[in-house]
Structures are given as structure tokens and as C-alpha cells.
Design a protein around this ligand. Structure first.
Ligand code: NAD
Length: 471
């Protein structure tokens, strides 16, 4: 795997003003496999200045030209697919097959889709004696997490560039390589100077310098609630727009007339995807009390099918967690669940057969009370809480009894009943009766899961200012 000793801005690789670097650790081997620069506020300043210079020409180049640049970028990324998938399997622990499809091919497709979205966008509208123009907001600071490293970057930079904004990106310390592969691709296709800029480094130094920089017009952030709070307050000081994609503790409501043989395995798979390191994962499974034990047995049977192991082994479905710190946090939560009285029915600790790598056994807690810590906190690991309920009203109340509101699921005997319940969930996305992920649908949270939406044609709207001209 390549290491990088330079940031990318102003259309060129630039030496870091800091001497330090950040090691990138493989979650399967626990060995360092790459390094990136630990940037400074001075690097951010230079990158933002480049993005500011790049903004005027990029915003005026025209929709068709920007769409074509995005298509070229997608093509240049496609040729790098195996390398990116391998790096993410190391960084995050995602099984290579899943990493290739979901972590790499899917976001590359989304880059191309944004070309289509901007071509079809209505950028001008007449209202009474006014013409309303949608104009790009300016320089956007993009700050991303490690769990789906390329996907989270693309969710921001593709619509931002399509809208006519320029970006300064800071990728996650633990999984920064996708940002560098994108910079290489942008460089190879000759993307105009200052349009796409990358500075790697810590959240506290590089991240905060981006958020506080007076020449950055908007921050698009994905990550934890804690960092989101800090970012919103620093951005608030500068009266800067923020788009925040934060955590989740999503509920999957299985109603009494649902086909359990389909619903329960689907719920387990959803919770465990990417070893539970998924913001929208259905980590709470709500089942009718009378069918709780039956649901538990089905969930255990499904979990047994999800092989835990080396992300590079083709039989592996669940890999290790992304870091030692993440593993320890998840193990602490499992201990807390046990202490608070939840019953471990599967997993519950470190796997005995996997000594190297940040592995945690996929774990199911049964008979969970929604007040317990494991049902309230975002664990961000392979831990499912099965929660019994006594009535449909109670199920809805439990599902909504969370500070988060990112995603969720409902499965019922009929589409109508599932839809009625879905409408009562205070959350940004709900899949009913096995409804599949839709790349056109806006994605984002209610409550403390965030502000704003990503994905699909509506995501571009986040990167516009509205101007009204009266005649
Ligand atoms: P994190 O908040 O620790 O870090 C995310 C990014 O923010 C990193 O690049 C980090 O360096 C940076 N950062 C941290 N503090 C900062 C600060 N004060 N100023 C500026 N930047 C700062 O999150 P993480 O551990 O990387 O990711 C896991 C979290 O992300 C989970 O809570 C998960 O739910 C959330 N997430 C949400 C979505 C979504 O779409 N809603 C998607 C993926 C992940």
C-alpha cells in the first residue's frame, strides 16, 4: 500500500508544514501498512486559499462541463477499485467482497450519478415578479469518518462539486487513503486547480482549522454527536452553514403479523453489516413479547451464518473492528449490558480463535429494556439488542425513545400497516417489509442524528444559496 507525505491542493501535491505523520493500521494484522501527513492549520490555510481561488472559475464553468468532470473522475476511480477495496479492508476491517461492492463500486457509481443530477437540476425559477437563482454556496469544508471512508467522502464532494462549489476535505485519521486515491484520480484527469483539495490530520487541529477558517462558507460533516456539537458551535461563531450527519440507534419494529422467517434474518443482517460499524444499522430489534423467545432463536440461527474472520478470506462475512480503541469501547458496552441485566444469547466477548486483529464476537442481547445503556447509546459494533413490547403503540413509543432519529425498519403482515407505523417513527429513513436502499432517496437524521440530507438529487440542494432578483 502506498504511503503519502504530501497533501493535495491547488492542483498539486504539497509538502506538509508539519513534520509529523499518522500511521494507518490494518485492523486484521494490527500492523502499520501506510502513513499520511499530520497536517497543520497553515496547511489548511493554504488549501482554503487555493479552494477560494478555484471557486470563481469552477462556479462559472457551466453545468455540462462540471457533469463531464464528474464522469471523468468516476472513470479514473474505477480503474483503482481493487486498490481502494484492499485499503478499506485493512483500514476498517470490512470483508473484501463487501468492501469492493458497497465501499468502492457503489460510491464510484454515485460520483457519476451526480453528473446526471446536476444536468437535471432546476437552477432557475420564476415566482411572481422574481427570478430565483440557485447559486453554489462557495468553499465547502468536508470532514469525514472512517466507517465507509470513500462513501462518506463522495456523499459530500460529488454534490458539492456538481453544484459549483470547491472543497477542502479532511478524511478520518484511521481511514484516510480513499481521499488520497481521489486526489490522484483528480490529478490524473487534470481537474482544474483548487477544485478538490485534501489536507490530512487530526480533527482537533486540521478539522477545527477548516471549520473556523473565515474563507470556508459551509461545513459538511459526518461523524459522532460529540464532534458534531463542537463543529456546530465553532461554525455558529462564524455564521456558517453546517450539514451534520451524526450517529444513530435505529429501531426495527417487527409487528405480530410479520413473516418472522424473513424479517428476523433481515434485521440481523442489517444490524451486523460492516461488523455493526454503520450509522444507520438497526441495532434495536423490537418484537412482540409473546414471540420474543421465537425471535431470539431465529436471530441466533441467522447470526451463526455470518462467519467472523480475516477480511481477506472469501468466506468471511464479518471482519474485525477498525481499531483497538473501537474494539475496547464495544467490549465495555457488552460488559455494561451484562451488568444492567440484559441476557447474552450469542457472542459476548473476544473470539478465542482470532488472536490477532481487533475482533469482537457478534453479540445478541435478549430481553433488553429500552432504558438500558446498550439500547440508548450508539455502540458502533456488532451488538444487537432484542427488546420485547406489548402493543403496537408501545413499539412505536420505544422506537422513538432515543435521542437519535437516523433510520429504522418496520415489518408487518401488510404494506398498509407497515406504512402506518413507519410514518409515526421520528427518523429520516424507514424501510418497510424489506424495502431496499434507494440511491435517489435523501439520507439524514431527525433529532440528534443531524441536520441536512445527503445522497440523491436533493443532496445537491444543500450546496446552494438562493438569490431572488425582482423585476
Ligand atoms: P468522529 O466524530 O470521531 O470523527 C469524524 C471526523 O471528524 C474525523 O475526520 C475526525 O478527525 C473529525 N473531527 C473530530 N473532532 C473534530 C473537531 N472538533 N473539529 C473538526 N473535526 C473533528 O467520528 P468517527 O468515530 O470517525 O465515526 C463514527 C461516527 O460517525 C458514529 O457516531 C457514526 O454514527 C457517525 N456516522 C454517521 C453517518 C451518517 O450519515 N449519519 C455515517 C457514518 C458515520
Amino acid at each position: 500500500m502506498p504511503s503519502y507525505d504530501k497533501h493535495y491542493y491547488d492542483g498539486a501535491w504539497q509538502a506538509s508544514t508539519g513534520a509529523e505523520t499518522i500511521p494507518v493500521i490494518s485492523s486484521a494484522t494490527e500492523q502499520e501498512f501506510a502513513r499520511v501527513p499530520r497536517g497543520t492549520a497553515a496547511d489548511v490555510d493554504a488549501a482554503v486559499k487555493a479552494a477560494r481561488r478555484g471557486f470563481e472559475p469552477w462556479s462559472r464553468v457551466g453545468v455540462e462541463a462540471r457533469a463531464q468532470w464528474l464522469e471523468k473522475l468516476a472513470e479514473a476511480m474505477k480503474t483503482r477499485t481493487p486498490k481502494i477495496a484492499e485499503s478499506i479492508a485493512h483500514e476498517v476491517g470490512t470483508a473484501l467482497g463487501y468492501a469492493t461492492k458497497v465501499q468502492v463500486e457503489f460510491p464510484i457509481m454515485m460520483i457519476g450519478m451526480n453528473a446526471k443530477f446536476i444536468r437535471e437540476a432546476k437552477l432557475q425559477e420564476e415566482l411572481g415578479n422574481s427570478i430565483i437563482y440557485k447559486e453554489p454556496i462557495g468553499v465547502v469544508g468536508c470532514i469525514t469518518p472512517w466507517n465507509y471512508p470513500l462513501h462518506q467522502i463522495v456523499c459530500k464532494i460529488a454534490p458539492a462539486l456538481a453544484a459549483g462549489c470547491t472543497v477542502v476535505l479532511k478524511p478520518a485519521e484511521m481511514a484516510p487513503l480513499s481521499a488520497f486515491f481521489l486526489a490522484e484520480a483528480a490529478h490524473d484527469i487534470g481537474l482544474p486547480k483548487g477544485v478538490f483539495n485534501v489536507v490530512s490530520g487530526s480533527g482537533r487541529v486540521v478539522g477545527e482549522a477548516i471549520v473556523a477558517h473565515p474563507d470556508v462558507d459551509m461545513i459538511s460533516f459526518t461523524g459522532s454527536l460529540q464532534a458534531g456539537r463542537r463543529i456546530a458551535s465553532v461554525a455558529g461563531d462564524g455564521i456558517k452553514k453546517v450539514c451534520l450527519e451524526l450517529g444513530g440507534k435505529s429501531a426495527f419494529v417487527v409487528l405480530d403479523d410479520a413473516p418472522f422467517e424473513k424479517a428476523i434474518p433481515a434485521g440481523v443482517n442489517n444490524c451486523m453489516q460492516n461488523s455493526g460499524q454503520t450509522c444507520s444499522a438497526w441495532t434495536r430489534m423490537l418484537v412482540p413479547r409473546a414471540r420474543h423467545d421465537e425471535a431470539v432463536e431465529m436471530a441466533k440461527a441467522q447470526l451463526a451464518k455470518l462467519t467472523l474472520g480475516d477480511p481477506f478470506d472469501k468466506n468471511t462475512r464479518l471482519g474485525p473492528l477498525a481499531s483497538a480503541a473501537q474494539r475496547d469501547t464495544v467490549l465495555d458496552y457488552i460488559e455494561k449490558g451484562k451488568k444492567e441485566g440484559a441476557t447474552v444469547v450469542a457472542g459476548g466477548g473476544k473470539p478465542a480463535n482470532l488472536q490477532k486483529g481487533f475482533y469482537v464476537e457478534p453479540t445478541i442481547f435478549a430481553n433488553v429494556d429500552n432504558k438500558m445503556t446498550v439500547a440508548q447509546d450508539e455502540i458502533f459494533g456488532p451488538v444487537l439488542s432484542i427488546i420485547p413490547y406489548d402493543s403496537e403503540e408501545e413499539a412505536i413509543a420505544i422506537a422513538n425513545d432515543s435521542q437519535y432519529g437516523l433510520a429504522g425498519g418496520v415489518w408487518a403482515g401488510t404494506q398498509e400497516r407497515a406504512l402506518e407505523v413507519a410514518k409515526q417513527l421520528r427518523t429520516g429513513q424507514v424501510d418497510v417489509n424489506g424495502g431496499r436502499f434507494n440511491v435517489l432517496a435523501p439520507f439524514g437524521g431527525y433529532k440528534k442524528s443531524g441536520i441536512g440530507r445527503e445522497i440523491g438529487p436533493l443532496a445537491i440542494e444543500e450546496f446552494f444559496q438562493l438569490k431572488s432578483i425582482q423585476r
